[in-house]
Design a protein. Structure first.
Length: 337
């Protein structure tokens, strides 16, 4: 009867054991099956035990077999409950929702403001990732001048040089990419190391490839790379994107042979001109490139995509960029690495 009891245990579980409510009441039909099986077990003569073996009478095995067939048919035809929100929501999103925190005090919300704050931090002998989000408020709060791409490159080079000369034995993590990386809130990052943000809004894989030398003199133990979504937005081909990423990975491995390089998947979007199936296909090829260069690949797609493969509405401001909850989901992925 052990097989029969196993089948009944599987059938009567109203939810998977890993679900949120393993103690839920079993279904009425399944309960009836259990009751019937119990009555049958009481009526069927039990075999005598000889040593370590129990000899089951032939008719007992026939009854058990018929009952198993009935339970199998019931299991096949019974309506199973639809997946709950708990079962279909990524773990990282659930954790981020529980931990979501509002930004404390004013902080830069535009490119000009962020640029001015970072320059002010440098001039004070620090990095913006090491100061409070509202630091140097009077210097950046009214900033409106839009820095050029070259000016952003100059700022990032100055920050990298400051790290190179003052890192000492401190750990360093570099984040390189586009606006998604640039706006990663520094207050969400661990304080046990320096963080060097090398993201520039609107940058592409081609632009990133040309500015890797900016932090060549630093000594990071980890480098995070996410790039490609602006290439897709601008109409670049998959071949162009993969060719540039291939060269970026090779350069990073050559430039920082002892660093752990983590290549992030391209995040899904909600924009029609960046279809989710193309993003998934491109990420598959990026993962293969990462493996070829013996780097680490971080697949963020499951944590950020909905059931249609697009970026989850609750994680974005405009279908492409992340809101605070989105960044907290990304933060969890960074910390797990």
């Amino acid at each position: 009867m052990s097989d029969l009891l196993m089948l009944m245990a599987q059938l009567t579980a109203s939810e998977p054991l890993s679900g949120p409510n393993p103690d839920a009441d079993i279904a009425p039909m399944a309960q009836a099956a259990v009751d019937a099986a119990s009555r049958i077990e009481q009526l069927v003569p039990q075999p005598s035990v000889q040593g370590d073996m129990a000899l089951a009478p032939e008719f007992s095995r026939e009854v058990a077999a018929r009952q198993r067939q009935k339970l199998l048919r019931l299991q096949q035809t019974a309506r199973r409950p639809e997946p709950t929100a708990y079962a279909t929501t990524p773990r990282a999103l659930e954790v981020a929702r529980r931990r979501v925190t509002a930004a404390v005090g004013p902080k830069p919300v535009s490119g000009p403001q962020l640029f001015e704050q970072r320059w002010a931090a440098l001039q004070s002998g620090s990095l913006y990732t090491r100061v409070a989000p509202d630091s140097f408020y009077t210097q950046w709060s009214k900033a409106t001048y839009q820095p050029t791409y070259d000016e952003w490159q100059g700022l990032l080079k100055r920050e990298a040089d400051a790290i190179a000369s003052g890192q000492g034995s401190n750990r360093l993590t570099v984040v390189i990419g586009d606006s998604l990386s640039m706006w990663l809130p520094p207050e969400l990052l661990p304080r046990d190391r320096f963080w060097l943000n090398q993201g520039i809004s609107g940058d592409t894989t081609d632009g990133i490839l040309k500015r890797l030398s900016a932090f060549a003199n630093t000594n990071p133990d980890t480098i995070h790379l996410m790039a490609g979504v602006n290439d897709l937005k601008n109409g670049a081909s998959d071949h162009e994107i993969l060719t540039n990423l291939n060269q970026i990975m090779a350069r990073l491995r050559q430039q920082h042979p002892y660093a752990r390089v983590v290549v992030h998947s391209i995040l899904p979007t909600r924009w029609e001109n960046i279809p989710s199936d193309r993003v998934r296909a491109l990420n598959t090829q990026i993962a293969q490139l990462t493996d070829y260069h013996q780097l680490d690949y971080l697949d963020l797609h499951p944590s950020f995509s909905n059931d249609t493969g697009n970026l989850r509405q609750e994680l974005t401001t405009d279908g492409l960029h992340l809101n605070r909850l989105g960044y907290q989901v990304w933060q969890l992925a960074l910390l797990e690495v």
